[in-house]
Design a protein around this ligand. Structure first.
Ligand SMILES: *Cc1c(COP(=O)(O)O)cnc(C)c1O
Length: 462
């Protein structure tokens, strides 16, 4: 009895040490088995990640569609619950920002849970067209169209609208306004608000949408249903959501004088992911509660009918649904540093986790095996391309991993890699992209194999 207790305490100690099992960190599905290996649960199914990568090799990405489904469901349910609790009179629409991840394995589960879509280019809308042609859509699905509208993009919007899809172009400049003058469906208009919040993507000079004063000069816009803004991604404080809502409702109020059919406020995105696991972000409930409360109080103050609300959260839904696994190939000394070592991975940060060097993204990185090891090294990770920027140092800090001398093969998992990394991926040094596996209903399916040398060569004309 006594011994058992001690063992359990130790095991939970490691689980806590690697920050697994915490809902607020999106690691509630992750655990360590008695052999010190990473397992991921889906209901009562369980995936042993170590066994999977021994079978399929690395580098490998594993997608968990049920995580996507439960996040979409939770998001929609939470908004609808607070709309009811707070007696908000508008409706809620969730639009998945497809640019966060356009892979079929991500988009289909999102739609299955009742999400609408937000596309950012003609080619994303073309994927929507293909789904319509396969008769995959409930005709009620709504699609908002952001991004610069090329002629090809606008003709596709018109074509899909003529086929009965509710497709809502978001007008971002005078040329688009002119071109869409005769568009028969509802349209939205995007405002570039003069407001600053504390977030990486909130640039000093934003180029998306109309300046406030220009927007208010436009007057009447045919079939205008929606005022749209998108301030930033990964907003860290709730106030970064609330300030823009108040300001936008002021603009909405003025726009409505000449556009009485205006009935929807699209607040874009901003919902963040606690990638680093060191600082907690807001909870979904608290965020949604305050969004609805603010929209309600401000609308009441302006004597406005409560607008319908749209959010276009992308990364919030998909980031936690994928992990990326690498093998440690070797260790190396770091010149002039004895406190840390390089661990070289069989993949590339530059190629496959591009936000690492693009925006200095911090990641939650854990071992896949030897998770119960007590002796740990402080390490920096080096990618397999020959580029000196292909590295992960946790912004000049370090991560800890087991000693290589104590292990046969050491694998690591990077968590929360489901947003943006795939579409930004590249082939520096002609390295192959990771294999993509889908974990669903207790089984592993191959979605995309690792590229062969022939396939990679073909991409470059060989
Ligand atoms: C990128 C983008 C989003 C999604 O942002 P996330 O941070 O992934 O949630 C939503 N709306 C617009 C207009 C965007 O450009």
């Amino acid at each position: 009895m006594g011994r058992k207790k001690i063992r359990r305490k130790k095991k939970n100690g490691f689980k806590k040490f690697w920050k697994l099992g915490f809902e607020e960190l999106n690691t509630q599905h992750f655990d360590i088995n008695p052999d010190g290996e990473l397992v991921v649960r889906e209901g009562n199914f369980q995936y042993n990640i170590y066994d999977i990568v021994k079978k399929y090799g690395t580098s490998t990405e594993i997608v968990f569609p049920t995580i996507i489904e439960s996040r979409v469901r939770d998001l929609i349910d939470t908004f609808n619950a607070y709309i009811k609790i707070l007696s908000y009179r508008g409706r809620f629409y969730y639009h998945y920002a497809m640019k966060a991840n356009q892979n079929k394995e991500f988009v289909l589960p999102v739609i299955a849970e009742g999400a609408n879509l937000d596309v950012s280019s003609a080619n994303e809308l073309f994927v929507v067209k293909q789904m319509i042609e396969q008769d995959k859509f409930n005709a009620k699905i709504r699609v908002t169209c952001n991004g610069p509208k090329t002629e090809r993009y606008i003709s596709l919007i018109e074509e899909l609208r003529n086929r009965g899809l509710i497709v809502i172009p978001i007008i971002e400049n005078h040329d688009e306004l002119e071109r869409l003058k005769k568009f028969k469906g509802e349209v939205g208009i995007r405002v570039n608000m003069d407001i600053k919040i504390d977030a990486h993507f909130d640039k000093k000079y934003n180029r998306f949408g109309f300046l406030e004063e220009d927007l208010l000069k436009i007057g009447k816009v045919r079939n205008l249903s929606t005022l749209h803004y998108h301030i930033s991604s990964q907003i860290e404080k709730i106030d970064g959501f609330l300030k823009p809502i108040k300001r936008a409702l002021g603009i909405y109020h003025k726009l409505k004088e000449k556009n009485p059919a205006l009935d929807t406020l699209n607040i874009g995105s901003g919902a963040g992911i606690p990638f680093e696991k060191s600082k907690k972000l807001y909870s979904l409930k608290n965020l949604v509660n305050q969004i609805i409360k603010t929209a309600k109080n401000e609308s009441d103050r302006l004597q406005l009918k409560h607008p319908n609300l749209i959010v276009e959260w992308g990364r919030y839904v998909v980031a936690p649904a994928q992990i990326t696994i690498f093998k440690i190939l070797t260790e190396k000394a770091i010149v002039n540093r004895t406190d840390k070592k390089w661990y070289v991975i069989d993949g590339s940060f530059i190629n496959d986790l591009a936000d690492t060097w693009g925006i200095h993204q911090r990641w939650h990185i854990i071992p896949v095996n030897y998770m119960n090891d007590k002796k740990l090294n402080k390490v920096w990770l080096a990618g397999s391309s020959c580029d000196s920027d292909d590295k992960y140092t946790a912004s000049g800090s370090y991560i800890v991993l087991p000693h290589l001398s104590d292990t046969d093969d050491l694998y690591i998992a990077v968590l929360d890699t489901g947003a943006y990394q795939d579409s930004l991926a590249s082939h520096h040094c002609l390295l192959s992209s990771p294999m993509k596996l889908i974990a669903t209903n207790g089984e592993i399916k191959i979605a995309r194999k690792r590229e062969t040398p022939e396939e990679i060569g073909r991409l470059f004309g060989w």
